[in-house]
Ligand binder design. Structure first.
Ligand code: URA
Length: 273
């Protein structure tokens, strides 16, 4: 192989690994070639209206919707087990250990390690993102990749750093290939992040991106709702909460940084710093 072709082959392999090719997605192999093929050029009755879908860490452009399939049932037993396990944690250290031993979420099997948090527990300000990516999975710390580095610069702009904030994710294990966590995975992990917020007890909660905003605040539409104040019940008290645009989205959409800057200033004001 010529050096050029070797480096192209290496790049392709790196891409496949980043996309999760080394990760088993089900217990048994799927033979897609022998599966029945859809009838060719079958006429489509009524095309469903396009809907807006959110891709991982971003406001994705509208896509044509596939015919609606019934959402997979949330396994109640796993959610109940998660609730009970989360409730039993008396401290953040406890919670980390309990989460590390929890086998109810399939993502644990494909991730390298648990990504519990980064920053400083009990800070007045807590950020919650969606799920760890490649860099977080490697390091075990939340928001350390490109998104995290932008988050650091945003914090620095209002005089903060990781010694003054606490950062976690809705889902603490990296989904294969950085895909969006499924609603089932999110529901199973939700009791843990809720308990993590309660135990860290921030004055202000910032939900980063739509998945976190939807899961914690039950608010849909990140572009419309970013920078607005909501209330969040931690379990012991009511605190203020604000959705913000995900740094991954800001990296791809620099024009949106001016909205993020306004939100950072609002946070600074709310903290009285
Ligand atoms: N994106 C997230 O939502 N969380 C991380 O920890 C990293 C990237």
């Amino acid at each position: 192989m010529t050096p050029d072709r070797a480096s192209t082959a290496r790049d392709v392999l790196t891409f496949y690994v980043a996309a999760g090719v080394d990760v088993a997605l089900s217990e048994t192999a799927n033979d897609y070639l022998s599966a029945p093929q859809p009838a060719a050029a079958a006429p489509v009755a009524a095309a469903p209206a396009p809907t807006r879908t959110l891709a991982r860490n971003q406001d994705a452009p509208p896509r044509a919707a596939a015919p609606a399939a019934a959402p997979p049932a949330v396994p109640e037993a796993a959610v109940m087990a998660a609730r009970e396990a989360a409730r039993s944690a008396a401290s953040l250290e406890d919670l980390r250990a309990i989460l590390g031993a929890f086998d109810g979420c399939a993502l644990k099997a494909t991730a390298t390690q648990l990504v519990f948090a980064d920053g400083t527990p009990k800070s007045r300000l807590m950020f919650v993102g969606e799920a760890p990516g490649y860099e977080e999975d490697k390091s075990g710390l939340a928001f350390v990749g490109r998104s995290g580095q932008l988050l650091d610069r945003m914090l620095a702009a209002i005089g903060l750093d990781r010694s003054k904030v606490y950062i976690a994710n809705i889902v603490p294990w990296r989904p294969p290939g950085n895909r969006t966590p499924t609603p089932v995975e999110t529901q199973i992990c939700l009791p843990f992040i809720q308990r993590q917020i309660e135990l860290s007890d921030p004055d202000i909660l910032v939900t980063i991106g739509q998945p976190s905003t939807g899961a914690l605040l039950n608010v849909q539409g990140i572009t419309k709702n970013r920078g607005r104040w909501f209330s969040y019940q931690t379990g012991t008290r009511e605190i203020r909460a604000m959705p913000m645009l995900h740094p991954a989205y800001l990296l791809r959409t620099p024009i949106a940084k001016r909205m993020a800057w306004r939100d950072m200033l609002a946070l600074k004001k709310a903290l009285g710093t």
